[in-house]
Design a protein around this ligand. Structure first.
Ligand code: PHE
Length: 353
């Protein structure tokens, strides 16, 4: 076999190898095998030196042709294979833009906070200011200055959480300096009136605590919103008008309001306020225990004895107060059957509001 035949045979073999390389790595092996420093073509070309001078031009020409052909074929195959590699990657990494996205929950305010905000907004619109008081409260503010007699049942250790029982009597009807978790927001009334003369228009939202076992209608900790108005000439009519306005703003204009005589130690006269049941419209159903009405808050005219504790002249001034549970208002507004849902932290419930 002449060296020219050898070169031609090598060309055929190399083209075959390039063509059958399945990917870029195999192609690189083939390149090294034929065109690499120790490759077959290189080996043949190295032998050119030993040729007779008259053979050299011909063999030189053919070997250049072969090298040229192989390099061209290599480049073309490389192109082809990287196209395939790219197409494979495109297929593997393809994003199906028609798939629905994964929604992210950005978080929001708790329903009770939303309801408190809404109630606060109604009263800010009437010119009230926000007031606050401590959750760990003195017996004096929670009971005594609110005209609770020493033997009042709410003072029992079975009803109230005592933090410090100075008189050591099991906390019932004990000293005014006992420290307890406030059982209502009414002590804020006393604190405000102690430091401010009328006119007073305040709203006091906050947490309160009672020794109740959690059930569908009770929580040991819940949220109250207290209102207090003291000025010259404040009447029961002002209380009624204010509460009717509040109920319509929060529950809608179609709800009816009813005031029912009641008793609180710190208001006289006192009234509980009912709204017509949203479920049955007032005809009576399971939600309202057949009553047609649901109680939403306690209220009344500030008792002159309370004015006595804070140094406001009951001959000159009169006032009204009211207190409501935010959880109860939220439950009524949204038809929630169990107050424990507000504190369970179940996102499936909370996200709905
Ligand atoms: N503090 C009372 C309660 O917790 C509610 C109330 C507030 C009643 C103000 C009258 C006036 O039940």
């Amino acid at each position: 076999m002449t060296i020219v035949d050898e070169l031609r045979a090598l060309q055929v073999e190399a083209l075959e190898a390039f063509g059958s390389a399945a990917d870029l790595a195999e192609l690189e092996y083939a390149r090294i095998a034929y065109l690499g420093k120790k490759g077959s073509l290189t080996a043949v070309l190295r032998g050119l030196g030993s040729l007779a001078p008259e053979e050299r031009p011909e063999v030189g020409k053919v070997s250049n042709e072969v090298r040229g052909a192989l390099e061209a074929a290599l480049a073309a195959r490389k192109n082809e294979l990287s196209g395939v590699a790219l197409a494979d990657r495109f297929a593997a990494e393809a994003v199906d833009v028609t798939l629905p996205g994964r929604p992210r929950f950005p978080g929001k305010r708790h329903l009770i906070s939303q309801v408190v905000d809404e109630i606060v907004r109604v009263f800010l619109g009437l010119g009230y200011k926000i007031a606050e008081g401590p959750e760990a409260e003195l017996d004096y503010y929670n009971f005594t200055a609110l005209n609770h007699p020493p033997e009042h049942p709410a003072r029992a250790a079975t009803d109230t959480f005592y933090l410090r029982d100075l008189s050591g009597d099991g906390a019932t009807a004990s000293g005014e300096s006992d420290v307890l978790l406030r059982t209502h927001t009414s002590p804020v009334q006393v604190r405000v009136m102690e430091r401010q003369q009328p006119p007073i228009f305040i709203l006091a939202p906050g947490k309160v605590y009672r020794r109740d076992v959690a059930d569908p209608s009770h929580l040991p900790q819940f949220t109250q919103i207290e209102g207090l108005v003291v000025d010259e000439g404040i009447t029961f009519g002002d209380l009624k008008g204010t509460l009717e306005h509040f109920v319509r703003e929060i529950f809608g204009p179609e709800r009816r309001v009813r005031l029912r005589p009641h008793f609180f130690p710190f208001t006289e006269p006192s009234a509980e306020v009912d709204v017509s049941c949203a479920m049955c419209g007032g005809s009576g159903c399971r939600s309202c225990s057949g009553e047609g009405w649901i109680e939403v808050l306690g209220s009344g005219m500030v008792d002159p004895n309370v004015f006595g504790y804070v140094g406001i002249d009951p001959e000159r001034y009169s006032g009204f107060a009211f207190g409501m549970g935010a959880e109860r208002i939220a439950a009524l507004k949204y038809g929630i059957p169990d107050l424990r849902l507000f504190v369970d932290g179940d996102m499936r419930f909370l996200r709905q509001f």
